[in-house]
Design a protein around this ligand. Structure first.
Ligand SMILES: [Zn+2]
Length: 274
């Protein structure tokens, strides 16, 4: 049966980068997928003369384009927080925004950054990870933000959570994305501003290291696709190798609060989507 999926992230390209293949697979199953992006992404450009408003508008359009490629509902909910300063938002406020989104979209499955992953340097990722996770933990309790009822929102239990991380820990779900790697690359490449920044960032790292990678050294940031494609394919191939998949993404997945572990003792097992 088709499920409702909600993705809560900090930035326009987070979903595509971390879970684009799995999301495209779920879309192909007929699942309805909505995305919530917490920040305006207004620091995400190489153009020094762009205003924050112009950049935020451009990044919103790119987010919609990426969503369309993956089969995600392009009606993205933007929470409107300042890029790079999400951790300065009170956790209670951000958690309430996430809980409101959960109660509005009633997801069976939540994708978000893993609050327990190590080495996450981006303050926005850490902030949204905790807020979304805590929101999902308490969204079915009616006395958490009871004011939502007046807006017609009902308490809602989120049964399944897929956590992603740049340095994942406790991975227990490897998703075969071999049939969706092209779509993941296409969706990422819709994020023109971010991909240009990614190439520039890699070039800075390369130059500082004293090493030489001609493909990267000679790349022109506006011609980012070959580099992005090579990087994404290499990453997904390395992830898939142990599981026997050509390309894969990996997650720490928690289903029904870990009740599956109990049920397994009694011989029960949940069906798997992917
Ligand atoms: Zn991000």
């Amino acid at each position: 049966m088709p499920k409702n999926v909600l993705v809560i992230v900090a930035h326009a390209d987070d979903m595509e980068f971390m879970a684009g293949g799995a999301i495209a697979r779920m879309a192909a199953l007929g699942y309805h997928i909505r995305e919530v992006i917490a920040t305006n992404n207004e620091r995400g450009t190489l153009e020094p003369d762009w205003s924050t408003q112009f950049t935020a508008d451009a990044r919103r359009e790119e987010a919609r384009a990426g969503a369309r490629v993956l089969g995600v509902d392009p009606d993205i909910e933007f929470l409107g927080y300042e890029d790079g300063r999400l951790s300065e938002t009170p956790l209670n406020e951000l958690r309430e925004r996430c809980m409101r989104a959960i109660r509005r979209h009633q997801p069976d499955v939540l994708f978000t950054w893993d609050p327990h992953a190590p080495y996450e340097e981006h303050q926005d990722h850490r902030a949204v990870a905790w807020a979304a996770t805590e929101a999902a933990t308490f969204s079915h309790f009616p006395l958490y933000h009871p004011e939502h009822r007046a807006e017609g929102l009902q308490p809602h239990y989120v049964g399944e959570r897929y956590f992603f991380a740049k340095s994942p820990r406790d991975v227990n779900k490897v998703v075969d994305i071999s049939g969706y790697i092209d779509r993941k690359v296409d969706a990422l490449c819709a994020h023109v501003c971010q991909m240009e920044m990614t190439v520039m960032d890699l070039q800075v790292q390369l130059a500082a290291s004293g090493l030489d990678v001609p493909l990267l050294r000679d790349a022109y940031p506006r011609d980012y696709r070959p580099l992005v494609e090579a990087q994404i394919r290499a990453w997904a191939a390395a992830t898939g190798r142990q599981a026997g998949f050509a390309y894969a993404e990996e997650f720490r997945r928690v289903r029904f609060g870990g009740i599956e572990r109990w049920a397994r003792e009694a011989g029960g097992q949940l069906p798997d989507d992917l």
